[in-house]
Design a protein around this ligand. Structure first.
Ligand code: 5GP
Length: 203
């Protein structure tokens, strides 16, 4: 595809209830679609073992995070489960100026802020195949006590109810299919099976 034939770059927000599989969809897109730029959020959360600083998140202290807020350097930010998360503004604006499609994986509060700040942004809701399936995943996640599970289920109801605020819904029935559909919504055809060498020359 030559540059002129590429669709206009757009900012897309991917949100959805916790446990729906946003991370799996994003990981697939990271591996297969280098043309799509994934925003790297800043967070005060502790790094998980498999995460790479600067790739999955920029891990910062609360003081550093506050400095970014004060300097208006975040496009949006939110507190989630006691930690702060935010999207660096300059990074996103730079990529959009270069004509790249940009994907943000953020929570509902962040999606609402992006909608308010950038009306042209596309909001995509990742939905579970069914509410029962999501609840099964949340309950079966590990060794959480009953109180934690109850809180999580109540939160899931709230998150599911937000679907109507979004422009599009992608159902995560199969992660490959869902990632494919999302890439389509980003106006990109850079999925590995369709393009033998999708990353060539793309930084
Ligand atoms: P986790 O700690 O599991 O990586 O992420 C927790 C939640 O924070 C997820 O719902 C994720 O989408 C959200 N999140 C990650 N980065 C950002 C961000 O930059 N802004 C907002 N508002 N939420 C974020």
């Amino acid at each position: 595809m030559d540059d002129d034939a590429r669709p206009a770059a757009r900012l897309t927000v991917l949100s959805g209830p916790s446990g729906v599989g946003k991370d799996s969809v994003i990981e697939l897109i990271r591996a297969r679609s280098p043309w799509i730029k994934l925003s790297v959020s800043v967070t005060t959360r502790k790094k998980r073992d498999y995460e790479i600083d600067g790739e999955h998140y920029h891990f910062v202290t609360r003081t550093e995070f506050q400095r970014l807020i004060d300097g208006a350097q975040l496009l949006e930010w939110a507190e989630f489960a006691g930690n702060l998360y935010g999207t660096p503004r300059a990074q996103v604006e730079g990529w959009l100026a270069q004509g790249r499609p940009v994907l943000l994986k953020i929570d509902l509060q962040g999606a609402r802020q992006v909608r308010a700040a950038m009306s042209e942004a596309q909001l995509v809701f990742l939905a579970p195949p069914s509410v029962e399936e999501l609840k099964r995943r949340l309950v079966g996640r590990g060794t959480d006590d009953e109180e934690t599970i109850k809180r999580r289920l109540a939160h899931a109801d709230e998150e599911l109810a937000a679907e109507k605020e979004f422009d599009r819904t992608v159902v995560n029935d199969f992660v490959e299919r869902a990632a494919d559909e999302l890439v389509g919504l980003l106006g990109s055809s850079y999925l590995a099976p369709a393009q033998p060498n999708p990353g060539a020359g793309v930084p």
